[in-house]
Design a protein around this ligand. Structure first.
Ligand SMILES: Cc1cc2nc3c(=O)[nH]c(=O)nc-3n(C[C@H](O)[C@H](O)[C@H](O)COP(=O)(O)OP(=O)(O)OC[C@H]3O[C@@H](n4cnc5c(N)ncnc54)[C@H](O)[C@@H]3O)c2cc1C
Length: 483
């Protein structure tokens, strides 16, 4: 056993925790405590009682067992990217999986085993060397665990589906301390629940994914257009984006152009604009004809075109989504984009009072911006083998309020809530991984739809005492009691 490098000056109880595990336990006095308690969203500033830096599933089991026996509240951290910051809570024991960071490929089986503390960049880079990928998210410092346990989708989703579609096995420590294997044949009901509502049932320690072949180079085309073209472009996108072939994703964003963007005509600086971007996988020579119909709908005020390997694309927005910025995000799945919904979107996007926080003067293909809508496909993916409900819906819409100074927060949060409410008539679910509200039964029902009751019953079997009460939603039958 090695414990914190500083003497454990805290309570006797925490001394017991350090004795119970074979890994480091970091207490508030430790010089790294402040660094280790932080998560990606700078709006989250919480002080756990202790941080257990697990190096094995056995450490996780020992720490969890100690917490259960001592009635200590528990949180779990993967990559720490969650908007609601549910990986960390004041005065709780934070079970940190960051050191479970091994990535092992089995090229015979076509699988990769990934420690729960990995970020997607840890997987993407060695996968690219083998010419393969695990379909996942679009920012490389996002955690493997949280993204997978909530569903997961990114640039490859239209070709290959959600991240959970590629999970073949999960090792998980459940509330009574047992280390279980969950798969289609071992604890299948737990496996089903973990693939979508996984933040509620235990602590995943490793994932096994079946990887896919890389579909060639990615060509990213982006154009910016004036505010007056927004309605026409959104209406066209609503049909065209859904019908596009699977190797082509379409992303539309509404934002206010920063005053300092010299690369667009002066009359559009500081004004609302629309960004249209496509990501095309395959022979770059085929890309112009494939995407032209969309980009020809109006006259752009800026255009860019870049071709890159998938792994480069996976890192392309890492700096935009940097640490140290505060966020409040909402998410809505939509099954259609009606003219009324488009009017609502434009009206609410225009009401954004925040500043454009994208760091570089170069216009990236993806911007930290107040509204983004992504085209899925006309036929939603089959989610019968997992607990996701909306993942793979025709449209995914993100409302994002981002700020740097605390004084900027109140109007932005109010704006995001009002926008979200305005979209309620069109909502067909919510993506658990993209919402800042750790929630009650209403949120849980919006996320899991008619799978909610089955999830509650799996919860009773594997976590009857609701040890994992501080997850993203409460799936115990006490739902609503969450602070
Ligand atoms: C910049 C950015 C980009 C994103 N892009 C995408 C994207 O392209 N596609 C997409 O699908 N999502 C995306 N997301 C959302 C992302 O999937 C969620 O934020 C997810 O929760 C992040 O997982 P994490 O492990 O980093 O987070 P954490 O905050 O560590 O964990 C999230 C939740 O999962 C729980 N948890 C963490 N690890 C474990 C574990 N081992 N066992 C059990 N529970 C655990 C935590 O307690 C917490 O409740 C993005 C988020 C951000 C901030």
């Amino acid at each position: 056993m090695s414990i914190a490098t500083l003497p454990l000056t805290d309570t006797d109880a925490l001394r017991g925790l350090a004795d119970a595990v074979a890994c480091e336990v970091v207490l508030p006095e430790h010089p790294d405590y402040d660094l280790l308690r932080r998560v990606w969203n700078a709006d989250i500033d919480r002080y756990p009682a202790a941080i257990v830096r697990c190096t094995s599933a056995q450490d996780v089991s020992a720490a969890l067992t100690w917490c259960v026996e001592n009635a200590a509240p528990v949180t779990v951290r993967g990559g720490g990217h969650n908007l609601a910051g549910t990986a960390v809570a004041d005065d709780a024991v934070l079970i940190d999986t960051a050191l479970l960071n091994q990535v092992v490929f089995d090229t015979e089986a076509g699988t990769v085993t990934v420690g729960a503390g990995c970020r997607w960049g840890d997987v993407d880079r060695p996968a690219a060397e083998l010419g393969v990928a695990v379909p996942a998210g679009v920012v490389s410092h996002t955690g493997v665990a949280g993204l997978t346990l909530g569903g997961g989708f990114g640039y490859l989703a239209r070709m290959y589906g959600a991240t959970v579609d590629h999970v073949v096995e999960i090792e998980v420590v459940v509330a009574d301390g047992r280390i279980l294997t969950a798969s289609a044949t071992s604890n299948p009901e737990l496996f089903w629940a973990l693939k979508g509502a996984g933040h509620n049932y235990g602590i995943a320690t490793r994932f096994v994914y079946r990887y896919v072949p890389l579909p060639g180079l990615a060509t990213v085309r982006q154009a910016l257009y004036a505010a007056s073209d927004r309605k026409a472009l959104l209406s066209y996108f609503a049909e065209w984006g859904l019908n596009a072939p699977a190797n082509q994703g379409t992303y539309v964003r509404l934002l206010r152009a920063p005053e300092y963007w010299s690369q667009i005509p002066a009359e559009h600086r500081g004004e609302p604009i629309i960004s249209v971007a496509t990501v095309f996988y395959g022979d770059p020579a085929d890309e112009p004809a494939a995407t032209a119909p969309l980009f020809e709908q109006a006259a752009p005020i800026y255009e860019s075109l870049r071709t890159m390997p998938h792994v480069t694309l996976q890192h392309a927005t890492d700096d935009e989504f940097r640490y140290g910025v505060a966020h409040y995000w909402k998410h809505t799945f939509l099954s259609e984009l009606s003219p009324e919904a488009i009017d609502t979107i434009i009206e609410n996007a225009d009401a954004y009072t925040g500043r454009a926080l994208n760091s570089s003067a170069h216009i990236a293909h993806q911007l930290m911006c107040p509204f983004e809508i992504i085209a899925g496909s006309r036929t939603p993916r089959d989610s019968s083998n997992d607990s996701t409900a909306g993942v793979g819906a025709p449209f995914a819409a993100n409302i994002g309020a981002d700020w740097e100074y605390p004084g900027e927060k109140p109007p932005l949060v109010a704006w995001a809530k009002a926008f979200d409410e305005a979209l309620a008539p069109y909502r067909k679910g919510t993506y658990i991984n993209f919402t800042s509200v750790a929630g009650d039964e209403a949120v849980a029902r919006s996320v899991y739809g008619d799978k909610y009751d089955r999830l509650v019953s799996v919860k009773k079997e594997y976590d009857p005492g609701n040890v994992f009460a501080r997850g993203l939603v409460d799936l115990s039958d006490n739902a609503g009691d969450l602070a």
